[in-house]
Design a protein around this ligand. Structure first.
Ligand code: FE2
Length: 282
């Protein structure tokens, strides 16, 4: 029975770096330590109250072959793309963008000062859909379902909770789960997942204890989970509320050829992506 409860398999604090026009960030997936968690290709956390760390933003850049998921904790980001789509992502709001065959967009802070904190996840697309038409699923906080279970509050971005609440995001390819959990109860938080889905936890604040082993995962750490049916997470210190993301999806098990903003199945397709972009075919 216990072996169906997922345990912490690997823990990382990520790698500090910068991307875009000098935005300081911590990369947690897509590093030498943790190349990917199929189908998750990259996971970045950007967080600073110093404008110099983020004001440059992510000016115009392309993507092809996967999806970018931006989730804001504090502050706002304005996105704008080459097809005329534009919007602002606000705290507890999500933008799930299918880049597909190609999007050129910018992601810029919608503020001159104050705390900006957000997370970006890259989700791979299957070979059959890498060249699909670009699409957006974008929802602000008011559109994202919430639920209280065992005293914990959940924002349900994607997937289905044990109580049956369905997230707003639809993705048949990898059937993602993306839950923002405020661990406010004293009972363990439990969530059933497909046994073969890859899953990770990222601690937004506080500290959590994972699985039967009660291994600790600290603030801003990412923990990869073992396979299994059940996720169990509890607080380690009942005086401190903790908050974490639980993210899971079906692995694609396909070859990955990636370079910068393009993620395809072969080097030939990568060369084509660079060629198409430099010849304005996006
Ligand atoms: Fe982007």
């Amino acid at each position: 029975m216990n072996n169906s409860i997922r345990e912490l398999a690997f823990v990382t604090s990520g790698q500090i770096g910068s991307d875009g026009d000098g935005v300081k960030l911590t990369r947690l997936i897509g590093t030498a330590d943790l190349d990917m968690i199929d189908p998750f290709l990259l996971f970045d956390s950007f967080e600073s109250d110093q404008a110099n760390d983020y004001i440059g933003g992510f000016p115009s850049h392309p993507h092809r072959g996967f999806e970018t998921v931006t989730y804001m904790i504090n502050g706002k980001v304005r996105h704008k793309d080459s097809m005329g789509n534009e919007g602002v992502i606000e705290p507890n709001g999500v933008q799930w963008m299918t880049a597909g065959k190609g999007v050129v967009h910018s992601e810029m802070p919608e503020q001159q000062h104050g705390l900006l904190r957000g997370l970006q996840l890259w989700v791979n697309l299957p070979k059959t859909h890498k060249m699909t038409e670009p699409a957006y699923q974008e929802f602000d906080e008011s559109k994202i379902s919430t639920e209280t279970t065992n005293g914990h509050t959940l924002n349900i971005v994607a997937g289905k909770t044990n109580l049956g609440t369905q997230g707003v995001i639809h993705n048949e390819h990898v059937q993602p789960t993306y839950l923002d959990v405020f661990l406010t109860g004293t009972e363990p938080f439990e969530q059933t997942l497909e046994e073969n889905h890859n899953a990770f936890i990222y601690v937004i604040s506080g500290e959590v204890s994972v699985g039967i082993n009660q291994a600790k995962l600290g603030e801003r750490q990412l923990g990869v989970l073992t396979k299994g049916k059940q996720v169990r997470v509890e607080v380690t210190n009942t005086n401190k509320d903790s908050r974490f993301l639980l993210v899971a999806a079906k692995p694609l098990n396909e070859p990955v050829a990636r370079s910068g903003p393009f993620v395809m199945n072969s080097h030939k397709e990568l060369r084509q992506a660079f060629d198409d972009f430099s010849n304005n075919r996006f």
